[in-house]
Design a binder for this molecule. Structure first.
Ligand SMILES: [Zn+2]
Ligand SMILES: [Zn+2]
Length: 278
């Protein structure tokens, strides 16, 4: 999907939002009403995709047709309102057999996909969610990863590189998000050259492949940071990487959270480096 063309300069959008079919706190209709009230003109739904492992946060394969029908119903319901709705999906990458490039996801009539990592394989090859709250992360570090934070960080970024190589998606989702939980677990880890080297490898690939990324604002208020971390924005902007500001909202009152601040930062950096943004 050509986001730049669709937006035509508008900043009143979000292309990352969740639904009752996955783990949002409100039904899609309520999210659209809230988006309208917050001045959003382009609104993309991206429920967490089906995954082949038990997960309370992901939609089931059976509910996918119901989700797509609900987008259609809402398009009709809001046809005379100044908002355009998009049927997207945040597709989990779980390895070569499961991701946005898989035949199943390619066959769905979606407008676009975000590709994200929430699960990585532990040392026994079992998929473990590393994206949740820090309390859960800490417990899983002890119970499922043998306390090996370097393993978790390395595996997260190597899986991210595999996901990029597999392709088949429109937006790369929150690509250094492991820094959030890893940073709580081992406070200096993110500043280290090993961690930064891994992030920079991902950014090399983003630039080389001309990927569109998101500046995800979901963690800004609660955790004081954007995803990716602000320190990476100058390099991304200098390279002309298209960046969409997405709120990753799971609640109606979060649809435009921290958006103005995100655009202010991007504008300041763009002014400095003179590169246009998506
Ligand atoms: Zn996500
Ligand atoms: Zn999300």
């Amino acid at each position: 999907m050509d986001f730049e063309k669709i937006l035509n300069g508008s900043r009143n959008y979000t292309f990352h939002s969740h639904t009752q079919f996955c783990d949002a706190r409100a039904p899609m209709e309520e999210m659209v009403r809230a988006a309208l009230a917050q001045g959003v003109e382009f609104y993309g739904f991206t429920p967490h995709s089906p995954v082949p492992v038990p997960s309370p946060c992901n939609m089931s394969r059976e509910s996918v047709p119901e989700y797509l029908a609900e987008v259609e119903r809402l398009r009709k319901l809001f046809a005379d309102r100044p908002i355009r709705l998009f049927a997207g999906m945040e597709v989990d990458y779980l390895g070569p057999d499961w991701g946005a490039a898989s035949e199943y996801f390619r066959s769905l009539p979606l407008d676009y996909t975000i590709s994200s990592i929430h699960f990585i394989a532990n040392q026994h090859g079992e998929p473990v969610d590393v994206d949740g709250s820090f309390d859960n992360f800490k417990r899983r570090m002890a119970d499922l990863f043998n306390g090996d934070i370097d393993y978790v960080v390395d595996t997260f970024f190597h899986r991210t590189l595999d996901m990029i190589a597999a392709g088949g998606f429109d937006i790369l989702g929150h690509f250094d998000k492991i820094g959030l939980n890893a940073g709580y677990y081992a406070p200096e880890i993110e500043d280290g050259s090993h961690f930064q080297g891994l992030v920079n490898k991902v950014i090399d690939e983003i630039i080389a492949r001309g990927l569109t990324i998101e500046l995800n604002t979901k963690s800004r208020e609660q955790h004081g940071r954007f995803i990716p971390h602000e320190r990476h924005l100058p390099r991304l902007i200098q390279a002309g990487v298209p960046i969409l500001v997405n709120s990753d909202a799971h609640r109606p009152d979060r649809i435009t959270a921290s958006r103005d601040e995100a655009f202010r930062i991007l504008d300041t950096l763009t002014h400095k480096h003179g590169t246009p943004l998506a």
